[in-house]
Design a protein around this ligand. Structure first.
Ligand SMILES: NC(=O)c1ccc[n+]([C@@H]2O[C@H](COP(=O)([O-])OP(=O)(O)OC[C@H]3O[C@@H](n4cnc5c(N)ncnc54)[C@H](O)[C@@H]3O)[C@@H](O)[C@H]2O)c1
Length: 348
């Protein structure tokens, strides 16, 4: 049976994603919304969405099974705990919250009230990330050495709450949490060390970009970079493995793979550079490599809510687990510590 889902926070993500998707959902009915801002409530009502005038009224409605929280980051914990105490299962927008202690209180509430509690890591359905995961998991270019993941824009950090520290602003919390989760979904959640540096080009209060290095216990490495002052974006993904490389220039593009089929070359045509000839850096030819593109994977973002409702029914594990939430947030906390220590590598 379909679950009745309410949304708290009717802003960009609440209205633009969750309400829209819940109206199309095959596993949920949209029960209604609450927003602290009367203008947002009026806007929802004008669109025919059922509006609760107070959060208490929404949480007191016994027909509501689950609540999605799409407010600024600093109030996720308080709303999640109140919702679970009222008997609702909870999806929190990302970042789930702003400290490890806060996350533990949320997990504690989910145990105490026996409610499913997860975070909306919807970028697990991005087809660019899925292509890199497929290459990694299939082993088709061998053991992966490292992964580079970048998102570059050129408009600075948004001028809303994302630029203000007390609301949990900054690009590390905003985009970082997605890219870290994706990197761990590819390389695993066994982290050995973290190092980070911040940009402050358009905002001094929070990071408007960052550079993050993650070392994994098995020796693999991830480099994650978010920039908001990049008028020429760098490639979205780059992966090196023992038998080849994979590359995605942009999230609209396919994954390009160059696979090494013969290590030794009988002849290498040198490349002329300004300072002289090089064979070491000369490109390989088709005798020793295969070059091809991967078909873009197929993904359906509705699977997030499908999994969540199946987890409520006890027939599937929740897709984003508490331990994964802990590791991803711990990487963020360690990144802040590294920045405070001048970009020092912090070993776990
Ligand atoms: N998963 C994604 O792809 C994705 C994308 C964008 C935003 N987000 C996340 O969604 C959340 C909301 O971001 P947004 O861009 O929609 O912000 P937004 O500012 O557009 O909307 C936030 C809404 O929450 C309301 N609000 C604030 N405090 C509230 C409270 N205590 N109770 C009820 N309503 C309250 C505001 O009035 C506003 O309408 C953030 O956590 C953000 O990180 C996720």
């Amino acid at each position: 049976m379909k679950k009745n889902a309410a949304v708290i926070g009717y802003g960009g993500m609440g209205a633009g994603f969750h309400v829209k998707h819940l109206l199309e959902s095959d596993v949920c009915n949209l029960a209604g919304i609450y927003d602290i801002d009367p203008e947002k409530r009026a806007l929802a009502a004008s669109r025919g969405v059922k509006v609760y005038e107070t959060r208490e009224a929404l949480l007191a409605d016994p027909t509501i099974d689950m609540v999605t929280i799409a407010t600024p980051n600093d109030v996720h914990e308080e709303i999640a705990v109140a919702s679970m105490a009222a008997g609702k299962h909870v999806i929190s927008e990302k970042p789930v919250t702003l400290s490890m202690e806060s996350l533990e209180r949320m997990i504690e509430a989910s145990k105490k009230y026996n409610r499913i509690f997860s975070v909306h890591q919807n970028r697990r359905y991005d087809v660019d990330y899925l292509a890199m995961k497929k290459i990694h998991d299939s082993g088709e270019i061998g053991e992966v050495i490292n992964l580079e993941s970048r998102i570059h824009g050129s408009r600075g950090i948004p001028s809303d709450w994302r630029g203000i520290k007390k609301y949990g602003g900054g690009m590390l919390y905003d985009w970082g949490i997605h890219l870290i989760d994706q990197a761990c979904m590819v390389l695993g959640f066994d982290v050995a060390a973290v190092r980070c540096t911040f940009d402050h080009i358009t905002n001094n209060e929070v990071d408007d970009g960052f550079q993050l290095w993650i070392d994994y216990v098995n020796g693999q490495k991830a480099y994650i970079e978010v920039g908001t002052y990049n008028f020429i974006p760098m490639p979205r993904f780059y992966m090196r493995a023992k038998n080849g490389s994979a590359f995605i220039s942009d999230w609209r593009e396919k994954c390009k793979v160059v696979k090494c089929k013969a290590w030794h070359e009988s002849d290498v045509v040198p490349v002329q550079t300004a300072a002289g000839l090089t064979k070491t850096m000369a490109p390989r030819d088709e005798v020793t490599t295969d070059t091809y593109e991967l078909e873009r994977p197929v993904a359906d973002v509705h699977n997030y809510y499908r999994n969540f409702t199946r987890a409520i029914d006890g027939i599937e594990e929740q897709f984003v687990t508490h331990d994964q939430m802990r590791t991803v947030l711990k990487i963020i906390m360690t990144a802040f510590e590294s920045v405070d220590k001048g970009g020092e590598k912090i070993v776990w």
